[in-house]
Design a protein around this ligand. Structure first.
Ligand SMILES: Nc1ncnc2c1ncn2[C@@H]1O[C@H](COP(=O)(O)OP(=O)(O)O)[C@@H](O)[C@H]1O
Ligand SMILES: [Mg+2]
Length: 320
């Protein structure tokens, strides 16, 4: 993607009053600031000691991951299952504390050093979209309650009618009617549920959206619609995306830069075009081989072969 400079001009943020340790930068300063700085990030899950007299250890699943995301740009994280992508997503959101390095939002102190109130304030600007729209939406709640849930986490009282009006507005942005507000998740298809999940992420007007495998649970025909929606939203609001996927084809159209993660390490990085045309690392090549390729020439060759075989035995050619 090369049209990012225009995206940043479209920033439209309802800047909230911030207090405490996390001071929001002035809106004028925003385009100059790096949205997200990930510096030498390392993380290990604790492994309990088998015996009480032994000390607990750690299983390191992320090693020294660094990247910077500018406002309005998109970065893709790709890797096979178990590479550490979801762990990285949780670290970016400040849901886990790194064992090494840190994550800075808008140049402020690392998220894991903030106290709870400041972290909550920082989180106004970042939201997450999860993989499975079936399990990420509470089946017992109406869409109005689901979509407005992040507003209640902001710690600012917003009246019910105002919350509902904001919910209707974000639903319209993702192409759903306001009548959806009174319905339940089971009344929607997978693609519509993921639209609802995206609406929930947009309601706080975040600057950053971390989407962990946002289309993996959807039919291929619906995947493109949801990816196009993410692209439209970005062009409208100048959001930054961290788009996580095991599928290089998913990040190809949306991301300015792609990082290939293998066993917790960044093994290759570059533009999607460079990775597709000239992959260097075996892991990138393996991911590329997994992308289904359209090869009409191959189908034609197979057909000709069948016809020649049929002609050789004097029969009608079988249907392709
Ligand atoms: N809560 C957890 N406790 C211990 N190990 C975990 C936990 N979550 C993930 N892991 C391990 O961390 C590694 C990376 O997992 P994950 O970040 O989910 O990878 P990905 O999203 O790329 O599939 C895997 O080996 C996984 O088994
Ligand atoms: Mg995952």
């Amino acid at each position: 993607m090369t049209s990012a400079p225009q995206k940043t001009q479209a920033i439209d943020i309802d800047f909230r009053e911030m207090s405490g340790a996390w001071q929001a930068p002035a809106p004028d300063a925003l385009p100059e600031l790096p949205l997200l700085q990930v510096q030498n990030l390392g993380f290990g899950y604790p492994v309990p000691a088998p015996w009480p007299w032994q000390t607990a250890t750690q299983r390191t699943v992320l090693h020294d991951v660094s990247f910077t995301l500018q406002m309005g740009r998109s970065i893709g994280i790709v890797g096979a299952s178990g590479a550490g992508k979801s762990t990285l997503a949780r670290l970016l959101m400040g849901l886990l504390s790194p064992s090494r390095g840190g994550v800075r939002l808008l140049g402020r102190p690392p998220l894991h050093t903030l106290h709870a109130t400041a972290l909550r304030q920082a989180r106004c600007h970042m939201q997450m979209v999860f993989q499975d729209p079936y399990s990420s939406l509470n089946p017992r709640q109406r869409i109005a309650q689901i979509v407005t849930e992040p507003l209640r986490g902001l710690g600012q009282p917003i009246s019910r009618p105002e919350q509902r009006a904001q919910a209707a507005q974000v639903l319209a942005q993702v192409g759903l009617p306001a009548s959806a507000l009174d319905q339940y998740p089971h009344q929607f298809s997978g693609g519509q549920r993921q639209r609802i999940a995206i609406a929930r992420a947009l309601i706080t007007k975040p600057l950053l959206v971390v989407a962990d495998e946002p289309v993996s649970a959807l039919d291929v025909s619906v995947q493109a619609q949801v990816l196009n929606l993410l692209l439209d939203v970005q062009q409208q609001h100048g959001l930054g995306y961290v788009l996580i996927s095991h599928d290089l084809a998913v990040v190809q159209h949306l991301c300015d830069e792609v990082l290939v993660l293998d066993q917790g390490q960044v093994v290759e990085r570059g533009t999607p075009q460079a990775l597709f045309s000239n992959p260097q690392h075996p892991c990138t090549r393996a991911l590329l081989d997994a992308v289904p390729q359209m090869d009409p020439g191959r189908a034609r060759r197979q057909q000709t072969l069948r016809q020649r075989m049929a002609a050789a035995v004097g029969e009608n050619p079988p249907l392709p």
